[in-house]
Design a protein around this ligand. Structure first.
Ligand SMILES: C[S@@+](CC[C@H](N)C(=O)[O-])C[C@H]1O[C@@H](n2cnc3c(N)ncnc32)[C@H](O)[C@@H]1O
Length: 191
């Protein structure tokens, strides 16, 4: 049976009631085109154990499998599909579970992947995109630092290459879109 709560204490402390699978499907259907678009960006600011992120990732994987028969193409677009999904949750266990579930979703498609390095790269991307943090924290200090959440925009200026651009989540909330750092363009297997 599907469990929507872990404990009464966690419901009280974290408002932690997971969305049921059928509701996740119905809600994601409302944004069907965007959810399946390989590199459209999603940030779930209270992602729980990853119900929505896994649903979106799975839809994208199905699409990738149909579209890209060459493994190199599949790998490149898989990185794009994963790197455009972001999550925050205040609870460490939820973040660990989200990352594990997303990784398992990807591992179901291992036959479409040629280079084992892809799994290491995707683990690194999940570590930088799915973060422990307080998404509601009010922070109006332009020069804040320390526990700020940093997100990476994985842009791809050309096929098989990525360029990482780093943003402070606090800046983005204040509509400041100036990056804090930009890295040089990198071949996808060297990410
Ligand atoms: C109602 S659950 C929803 C989980 C998931 N989005 C889903 O639909 O299955 C709310 C989630 O918000 C997280 N949460 C509570 N306060 C938060 C905060 N200030 N910042 C980030 N996450 C928070 C909880 O840990 C919990 O996982």
């Amino acid at each position: 049976m599907e469990m929507q709560i872990k404990s009464k204490k966690r419901v009280q402390q974290l408002a932690e009631i997971y969305t049921a699978k059928n509701e996740v499907i119905l809600i994601t259907d409302l944004i069907k085109d965007l959810s399946e678009k390989i590199d459209s960006k999603f940030l779930e600011p209270s992602c729980g154990n990853g119900n929505f992120l896994c649903e979106i990732l799975n839809r994208r994987l199905l699409r990738l499998k149909k579209t890209y028969k060459k493994k190199m193409d599949f790998e490149f677009f898989l990185i794009k599909a994963t790197a455009s999904l972001y999550g925050i949750d205040i609870d460490k266990d939820n973040i660990v579970e989200t990352k594990n579930r997303m990784f398992k979703t990807i591992a179901n498609y291992k036959n479409n992947i040629n280079n084992e390095k892809i799994f290491i790269i995707l683990k690194k991307i999940l570590d930088t995109n799915i973060l422990i943090g307080d998404a509601l924290k009010e922070n109006t200090d332009l020069f804040s630092s320390g526990d700020d959440l940093i997100f990476i925009n994985y842009t791809s200026p050309k096929m098989f290459y990525f360029k990482k651009i780093f943003y402070n989540f606090n800046d983005l909330k204040l509509n400041i879109t100036k990056p804090i750092k930009t890295e040089k363009i990198t071949y996808y297997l060297d990410l």
